[in-house]
Design a protein around this ligand. Sequence first.
Ligand code: BDR
Ligand code: CA
Length: 311
Amino acid sequence: MSRSRRKVVLDTDPGIDDAMALLYLHACDSLELLGVTTVFGNASIDDCTTNTLFLCEQFGVIAPVYRGADRLLNGETPEEYPDFVHGKNGLADIDVTVAEKTAEDQEASHFLIKATKANPNEITIIAIARLTNIALAINKDPTFASRVKEIIFMGGAANCEGNVTTWAEANIIGDPEAASTVFNAGIPMVMVGLDVTMQTWLSLDILDSMTSGMAQLKPLLLSINNVYANSYKTRQNWDEFPVHDSSAIAYAHNPKLFGTERGQITCTLNGEARGRTVFEPAASGNHRVCLSVNSTALVDGYLKTVTAAYR
Ligand code: BDR
Ligand code: CA
């Protein structure tokens, strides 16, 4: 008897580590990808959507792509994008030519609303970017939250420092009002934040050997990760780089890799700690925060799953 697959929607802002997360998700036979929604973040919404379409074509992902928010929930437009990590186009400034795939006409938050109506309490949203599209769906449809099975999100920092400010991680400080809206909506959530993503590391050497049997994808994967690795080397003098977005996919695929604590997450909106994720442990809470990870097993699983799928 075959195991039923977890229905997922990926909400993403590619982004080099988003690209590696999509690569992994598509390789996980436990996950059924119903659609990909895009949001501004690592680059503009135009670039993030084009990059998503391009990556889908490169990886053989046939799921539909829905273009989402181009600005924060409060209407502000981003002043700048983290081009010092992901390049100006969000994908290491490589040539991103999309052959055929186009984005659907439906906007991302409408797709989220429609998909959860068609599959009530069955869809897990894996969010690896700002939570803007999900907040928009919550604001547009008061019953949306009750139909979402779970949100697994890469973002936040519970017991560690942020990576943009002392307090805040990029996906949360990128739209704190959206994060707050989603945290307060009553949806079961799992936070895969810096507490665990900064415990799991990859390197160019590891990716070089992972891609040795992947003739078609190797140049693409190495060139984008070369830029990613360089940004960590230049800014931090690190020879390896943390596994952010793929850790959320790893949780969806194999939650046993993580140790979690139950409680309630809130987002600080004002003052110098704006964008901070505050976690209050509580046995009754419907949020869980990942606080530990078997990083050796995570990297092992990532490499085995990807090499088996793209050989
Ligand atoms: C998160 O911020 C983005 O730049 C990455 O893609 C990841 O989702 C890490 O803090
Ligand atoms: Ca991301």
